[in-house]
Design a protein around this ligand. Structure first.
Ligand code: ZN
Ligand code: ZN
Length: 117
């Protein structure tokens, strides 16, 4: 298993890594290597988000979710305040295949860079 690091696209500070969190796909399966990076339940649809399992989160995300009372809100880069994602513990949105509820916390792929080392 390689190390994954997700960084803010604007200021390059690290937002999440698999030391502090579990990066998962739309079916809550951990993404562990580049072979899984394109995984989606519907291969015809590009997945726009990286998801994070709610069981282990970086401090800044925990703080944001606490401030949002574990309901719904935005995730803002703690360094440059770029909006990098959001969380939603209320709606229970399902993925494309309608079989799974999407993980509640996500980072938007177009706002972050992902590195494998
Ligand atoms: Zn930033
Ligand atoms: Zn699915």
């Amino acid at each position: 298993m390689c190390n994954i690091s997700i960084k803010c696209q604007k200021c390059r500070s690290e937002l999440a890594s698999n030391d502090s969190s579990t990066i998962v796909d739309c079916h809550n399966k951990p993404i562990q290597d580049t072979l899984r990076i394109t995984y989606s339940c519907n291969e015809n649809v590009m997945e726009n988000n990286w998801y994070l399992a709610s069981t282990a989160l970086p401090d800044w995300i925990n703080t944001s979710i606490d401030e949002g009372n574990w309901q719904k809100g935005k995730l803002i880069c703690p360094n440059c305040t770029l909006r990098v994602g959001s969380f939603d513990f209320i709606s229970g949105i399902k993925c494309q295949c309608k079989q799974f509820v999407l993980p509640q916390i996500h980072l938007v792929k177009s706002k972050v860079d992902i590195y494998f080392r």
